[in-house]
Design a protein around this ligand. Structure first.
Ligand code: FES
Ligand code: FES
Length: 910
């Protein structure tokens, strides 16, 4: 055994390294903290996620599980060792071409696992790729483009080359892709202050519901000189409450003697990292008075004075006469559905640091919403929002979970009070225990149709467990009634919701805001009605599909671009073929395996529900003749940096390669709203287009050129070709602003919507995305296991600004929909890690056929709509309908775990 005094020598990325290290220190920490190689990521620190995968003597290993002593005399290769200087390795280049990195946090691990495979199997089969990469989790991509990239580097699939001739519509590689592939990208835990900093750890409640008292911390300070401060609620300089809605500031930064969920922070330790790590929760003077939990089923005392009976809020959409619609019907179906907690499980736990600069606060952290963070942090600190600067780091997945504040308030309060930079990195269990989830739901829905299969009435009520605090509960309560009918024409509707407080962790925003849960109920009803009437499940959807001129449950008449009928038509031949294929399989295999094919449709309103959600963008020309887009839209992996650049470049009329990007920083960019509600392409994309057009008009006006002129940036000058000649504009002598911009254009866009009346009537969204998906599944009726064999997904995207990225969003959404349907269920206190909480692995995702239906939305930038959330909504109901088709058993409690499938097969409550 090596002693700590003995130097540790090994070869790292081809170079000899010798250093002193604790032999028990984790290799991941050694690489990141001691050697500065932050390309190796930490997603769990427990061997579950594979983000830390490196090569040890050529074999893939989890660096978080390897003690430093183990690498003595060995060769270690990290992601930083793959590229040859500025030239990407072929594998990295393949990832870039295929859009195989979205947020990029899993990418180093994926690359290292694939490198191991390719070193000894240069031309692997798909099965070998799935096997080799099976230990690395990705929450964004749905894995299919990763598989394509690995197969492509081996020369067994066609390359997808960037096309830069015209930006909109081109499969351009991500503008920020290379940094994700080399390990250079700085995520929340990678960004460190230049100065010496303190570390903060929150102390959290182990109980879902309790009162507590904090004792005297003097003894703790005496014992631990490295402990700089223990923060309690009394230390919050401003308002010890925050929340998403102006009326919903109900969540304390630090609890004041009373906790409403397990994982709620009660105090925080600030000091040097070793000291903080050495202090256990049991060392702290906290006395707990444990109270009975308040659950969805049991109820309990009111958790907030402003929410009688624990009802945070209600939602409602009513149209026509539902009773008459049900009376007149030929077919009637009813279903009661339950869905569980779903955890975002982004691979990057929340992380960042804060520093005080005079009377201003700067926070560098992963976030989906810098301006909302700024506006919340100011009051918490007791300063104006403008005194707070939010600089988003790269975000290792968000999916709605990084819309709420997490580590930011505590780090900011500590840095503010101590005048020292303060860093905070959530552990995986902390991330899972303390942050928001998808709302569990309890839904009852009824639908009726006439003999021709036309829907006559729909009634729906959904209770949503919004947990301890409001977070995005009102959004779910308001969005669901609008969408509950599904994308179908129904003349008589009553849809209601309630968001209910419990002592669970807060439910918040998660890709779909309750619509995926509602779709599970609605799409099951469609199948049941079709069966009663004797028509095909595809047919009943086609007969009722909302298209151009269709009237929604809120009375909105859909305009051009509503393309569900076209989505259904696009999958018709696959539907017929797969149903025949499944029937043939079941006929031939009189075994315990049964195959089924399910279909589901979805619609999704883009942007906020009947609320203003403007974006503003600025483009400019610098004194040295460069074009720059200043975009406040945060790219959380979905690719908005690239999409904004493509739109802005075409609007100005220059190649993307000639355009620079400043992204996110609240001191440097205007407010582009939150990265949420699938709004960035549609809303911020319109703002980017208008900014590009404004800058173009500004330039052309200066040289008296008409709109058809061509702009070329070359040699520090702006060349404008028009009317057979060329004018040259020299920006150097022009007066520059603080960003060095001499010519600029700005653009804003706010989707035109109206306030809904008491019956929910009005125009909640300016644009809707539609989709139809098919799932082919195989059910083992003896085990209750379900394998998804294939997905076909036709999505109405208006216009695909970047088809590769759109496909990637659809793949990723489908993977999360599969998890929702079959395996994901968060249980506080029991599944707070990536070992017990299962998300789909590379082996769970079947081949996905993606069909992009492009009917330009007249309001969209170049016709585009959002796709981030629409990608997920139809998948779970399609899978559940496929299980019912395969077995005759209807699953009404998701996820459809083997136990629930077996129960349903036995006719028990599932
Ligand atoms: S960080 Fe090592 S496996 Fe997750
Ligand atoms: S790209 Fe894989 S986790 Fe985000």
């Amino acid at each position: 055994m090596r002693s700590p005094a003995e130097p540790l020598a090994f070869t790292l990325n081809g170079k000899a390294v010798t250093l002193h290290a604790d032999p028990a220190r984790r290799l991941a920490d050694l690489l990141r903290d001691d050697l500065g190689l932050t390309g190796t990521k930490i997603g769990c620190n427990a061997g579950d996620c594979g983000a830390c995968t490196v090569l040890l003597d050529g074999a893939q290993m989890c660096a978080c599980l390897i003690p430093a002593a183990r690498v003595a005399g060995c060769t270690v290769t990290t992601v930083e060792g793959l590229a040859d200087g500025a030239t990407l390795a072929p594998l990295q280049a393949a990832f870039l071409r295929h859009g195989a990195a979205q947020c990029g946090i899993c990418t180093p691990g994926m690359l290292m696992a694939a490198s191991d495979l390719l070193a000894h199997t240069p031309a692997p089969t798909e099965a070998e790729v799935l096997d080799a990469l099976g230990g690395v989790l990705c929450r964004c991509t749905g894995y299919r483009k990763i598989v394509d990239a690995v197969l492509d580097v081996a020369g067994t699939s066609a390359p997808v080359m960037p096309d830069a001739t015209r930006a909109v519509g081109a499969r351009l590689a991500k503008v920020d892709g290379a940094a994700k592939l080399t390990g250079a990208e700085k995520f929340g835990a990678d960004a460190l202050p230049a100065e010496a900093f303190l570390t903060l750890r929150a102390v959290r409640s182990p109980h879902p519901h309790a009162r507590f008292t904090l004792g005297n911390f003097a003894a703790l300070h005496a014992k631990h000189p490295g402990l700089a401060r223990v923060l309690t609620a009394a230390d919050i300089p401003g308002r010890n409450l925050y929340g998403i809605y102006p009326t919903g500031k109900d969540q304390p930064v630090l609890a004041e003697g009373y906790v409403r969920h397990r994982g709620e922070a009660v105090c925080a330790l600030v000091g040097d990292a070793e000291t903080i790590a050495a202090i256990g929760d049991a060392d702290l003077p906290i006395v707990w008075d444990v109270l009975p939990p308040v659950t969805f089923d049991t109820g309990g005392p009111d958790l907030h004075a402003h929410a009688p009976d624990n009802v945070l809020c209600r939602g409602r959409v009513a149209r026509g006469d539902p009773d008459a619609g049900f009376s007149a019907a030929t077919a009637y179906a009813r279903i009661a559905v339950r869905t569980g907690f779903v955890e975002h499980a982004y691979i990057e736990p929340e992380a960042g640091y804060a520093r005080r600069v005079g009377d201003r606060m700067e926070i560098f952290a992963c976030t989906q919403t810098p301006y909302m963070d700024r506006d919340e942090l100011g009051p918490i600190l007791g300063i104006a929002p403008e005194q707070v600067r939010v600089v988003p780091t790269a975000v290792g997945g968000g999916f709605g979970g990084k819309l709420d504040l997490s580590m930011q308030p505590l780090a900011c309060v500590a840095a503010w009070l101590l005048h020292r930079p303060v860093r905070m990195v959530y552990t995986r269990p902390e991330s899972m225990a303390a942050t928001t989830k998808r709302h569990p739901s309890r839904i009852v829905a009824e639908a009726a149709a006439d003999a021709a299969g036309h829907l006559t009435a729909f009634r729906f009520h959904g209770d949503f467990d919004t947990g301890a605090y409001a977070s995005w509960g009102p959004t779910v309560a308001n969005r669901v009634p609008v969408h509950a009918t599904g994308p179908y024409s129904v003349p008589n509707v009553l849809c209601t919701t309630a968001a209910i407080h419990t002592t669970n962790p807060p439910s918040g925003a998660f890709r779909g805001f309750g619509v995926p849960q509602a779709a599970i109920a609605g799409e099951a009803l469609l199948d049941e009605l079709a069966a009663q009437i004797g028509i095909d499940p595809w047919e009943i959807r086609r007969r009722n599909a909302l298209g151009v001129g269709g009237v929604t449950a809120t009375g909105q008449v859909l305009g051009a671009g509503a393309a569900l009928p076209e989505c259904l038509d696009a999958i018709r031949s696959r539907w017929d073929a797969l149903r025949l294929e499944a029937a043939a399989f079941n006929e031939c295999h009189k075994s315990l395996l049964r195959r089924g094919v399910g279909i589901a449709c979805m619609w999704y309103g883009i942007g906020n529900t009947s609320l203003a959600n403007p974006s503003e963008m600025v483009m400019g020309i610098t004194r040295d003749g460069r074009a720059v887009l200043f975009s406040g839209a945060v790219d959380i992996g979905q690719g908005s940096n690239t999409i904004m650049m493509q739109i802005a470049a075409d609007a100005l009329g220059i190649p993307v390669a000639d355009l620079g990007l400043v992204a996110g920083d609240t001191d440097r960019t205007r407010d582009a709203g939150k990265t949420s509600a699938s709004r960035q392409t549609f809303v911020s994309g319109n703002a980017a287009k208008r900014a590009g057009e404004a800058l173009r008009a500004n330039i052309l006006r200066r040289v008296n050129a008409g709109g058809e002129a061509t702009i070329v940036l070359r040699g520090g000058r702006i060349h404008v070709r028009h009317d057979g000649g060329e004018a040259v504009l020299d920006p150097a002598p022009l007066e520059a602003d603080a960003e060095g911009i001499v010519l600029s254009g700005s653009g804003t866009f706010d989707p035109p919507t109206t306030v809904l009346d008491a019956d929910g009537q009005g125009i909640p969204y300016a644009s809707y995305a539609f989709a139809a998906q098919i799932a082919l599944v195989e059910v083992d009726v003896s085990l209750g296991t379900v394998r998804v064999l294939r997905i076909v997904a036709a999505h109405d995207v208006g216009r695909a600004i970047n088809p590769t990225q759109v496909e990637g969003q659809i793949h990723g959404g489908i993977a999360q929909g599969l998890g929702l349907a079959l395996m994901e269920e968060f249980v506080p206190g029991r599944t707070e890690n990536l070992h017990d909480y299962l998300i789909p692995t590379i082996g769970d995702i079947p081949p996905i056929e993606t069909i992009l239906v492009e009917h330009a939305d007249p309001l969209g930038p170049y016709g585009a709509k959002g796709v981030g959330e629409p990608a997920l909504v139809a998948t779970a109901p399609a899978i559940l309908n496929a299980i019912a088709h395969a077995t005759g058993a209807r699953i009404t409690h998701v996820p459809a775990t083997p136990a629930r499938v077996l129960a349903a097969l036995n006719g028990e409550d599932a």
